[in-house]
Design a protein around this ligand. Sequence first.
Ligand SMILES: Cc1cc2nc3c(=O)[nH]c(=O)nc-3n(C[C@H](O)[C@H](O)[C@H](O)COP(=O)(O)O)c2cc1C
Length: 330
Amino acid sequence: MPFNTRITKLFGIQHPIVQGGMMWVGRAELVAAISNAGGLGILTALTQPSPDDLRREIERCRTMTDKPFGVNITILPSVNPPPYAEYRKAIIDSGVTIVETAGHRPEEHVDEFKSHGVTVLHKCTSVRHAQSAEKMGVDAISIDGFECAGHPGEDDVPGLVLIPAAADKIKIPMIASGGIGDARGLVAALALGADGINMGTRFCATQEAPIHSKIKQFIVDNDERDTNLIFRGFKNTGRVARNKVSQEVLNISQRPDALFEDIRPLVSGARGRAALESGDIDAGLVWAGQIQGLIHDIPTCKKLIERIITNAETIIEERLSSFLKPPNAS
Ligand SMILES: Cc1cc2nc3c(=O)[nH]c(=O)nc-3n(C[C@H](O)[C@H](O)[C@H](O)COP(=O)(O)O)c2cc1C
């Protein structure tokens, strides 16, 4: 039996399961596999070297699925920002109908997407940012708890508090993100007031994720303690897998006079990409969250999504409903 929520309705998908944008990972192979399995796959715009490459990637994805998929655009502080307006135009011109925005000051992008009829899912890490995105006119919120891979913000509020706190304030549909990887996470998210889930790290350890099998195995071998929080002193916290590079970044950052310049060579996107593609786990930063502790296999996206849905039904129908039976009832 499918889960019908405001999110399945909004995006026209079968299951309330979304894959968040992931630099170097959110390519057509993974996105199409997730959408074909009934979830919502999301391409990562900035993984493509130019807006024209993004147009081609969107077309490539369309040859692999006829189901809905989206595109993520992440706005991070940068000395040399990418040509955001041109990426945005490529998304709109390509007829993409769902966009995930993330990062700083999304107003300009949200206004432009909305004026072209695009459904906007905004990912953020605090209730106040979710409220301002709702006021801005986005269609749905993805609320990302402290457990998450990527940028959890600076408030350090985990999902168990953040999701219901956001649900109390947000009226539009909302998905829970961060630290979710199985049926228990889905059921918990729904119980906490979300309409569905967003997963990142879990989708990296799937057959279709376009990264080296040694990185997938690294995620499987890691446990919930195997992350580092980097860039804390620069107020741009990032949660990554613990490896030699993230340890070195922490060591350098602990120096009282540490500057971003001191760690810049270690944290470059090119090095992170090299790690994902070569399988050398110490070649660069590998972005992954605490959910690594609950990832034990490398299934296809279809198998993963089917398993989450089937097990979630069982949890609700058997485990949870058993608590409502009177004592000694069979
Ligand atoms: C390898 C990787 C790369 C990511 N890159 C981005 C990104 O470019 N933009 C973004 O908004 N989020 C990015 N994220 C965060 C995910 O979209 C998602 O919010 C997060 O992974 C959820 O937490 P989880 O990993 O515990 O599921 C990335 C996550 C991973 C694992």
